[in-house]
Design a protein around this ligand. Structure first.
Ligand code: MF3
Ligand code: CO
Length: 249
């Protein structure tokens, strides 16, 4: 069942989304060689709580962190740790969720730590742009497959691959609602979009194979070939005037 949101609900999601966006601005400044992913986690935790919100991911299905911090070949759901120290040349994907008055905002960004290669920067840029290619299709009357196909085509045209084992999702009173929003598939297929639908579009893009594995911690998803992966996500509301990004930063 897809839960179409009222203007009142969307207003709460705007606040949740703004808190998520502002958390990225805080963390962005802290990303540098020597910082641990636990320190980034704690900065986010404090900032979200200071803004009268809660961390959407904390204890979600038992997840132990406040945010997800995925380094290099880690695709998503990396668990913040005192032992994970960022170093020059790394990339780090931050996935942040905040819940304000019962409504969630969910977004992800990938950042460079110090200096990275041109090819790695291209991975980050293509991942971000693939979200915007998908976003163009997020209009009433289109279908989920239109978004999925736009993301996939753009990524593959640029020589990278889209992860298939994990997908985007509806978002609102629950962090994960219907429908699923895959980053691969055929145009004209799947659920039809209507005004007031709120979805998280979240391409996960690999430099090599799209195959992934999960570490024995039960959470951390890594690329099967050890090559790099990037993530870009926003919470979006579908409207007749075009899509509105609720987690814009
Ligand atoms: N943005 C991710 C998602 O939509 C974050 C979930 S992490 C979890 O799945 F720990 F909450 F599962
Ligand atoms: Co998400």
């Amino acid at each position: 069942m897809i839960r179409v949101k009222s203007e009142h609900e969307i207003e709460k999601m705007r606040t949740a989304g703004r808190i998520v966006a502002e958390t990225f601005e805080v963390l962005k400044e802290a990303i540098q060689p020597g910082v641990t992913t636990k320190e980034l986690n704690d900065l986010a935790d404090r900032f979200i709580k200071k803004n009268k919100a809660t961390c959407s991911f904390y204890h979600y299905s038992g997840y132990p962190g406040s945010i997800c911090t995925s380094v290099n070949d880690q695709v998503v759901h990396g668990i913040p740790s005192r032992k994970t120290v960022l170093k020059d040349g790394d990339i780090i994907s931050l996935d942040i969720g905040a819940c304000y008055e019962g409504y969630h905002g969910d977004a992800a960004r990938t950042y460079a730590v110090g200096k990275i290669s041109d090819e790695t920067q291209k991975l980050i840029d293509v991942t971000r742009q693939s979200f915007f290619q998908g976003l163009i299709e997020a209009v009433p009357g289109n279908r989920i497959g239109d978004i999925a196909h736009a993301v996939q085509s753009y990524v593959e045209f640029n020589g990278f691959s889209v992860v298939r084992a994990l997908v985007g999702h509806g978002v609102g009173a629950d962090l994960h609602e219907s429908p699923e929003v895959p980053n691969f598939g055929n145009p004209g297929r799947g659920v039809r979009l209507v005004s007031g639908m709120t979805i998280a579009i979240e391409p996960m893009v690999n430099m090599g194979t799209y195959h992934v594995n999960t570490l024995s911690d039960g959470w951390t998803v890594i690329t099967a070939d050890g090559k790099l992966s990037a993530h870009y996500e926003n919470t979006v509301v579908v409207t007749g005037n075009g899509p509105e990004i609720l987690t814009k930063c």
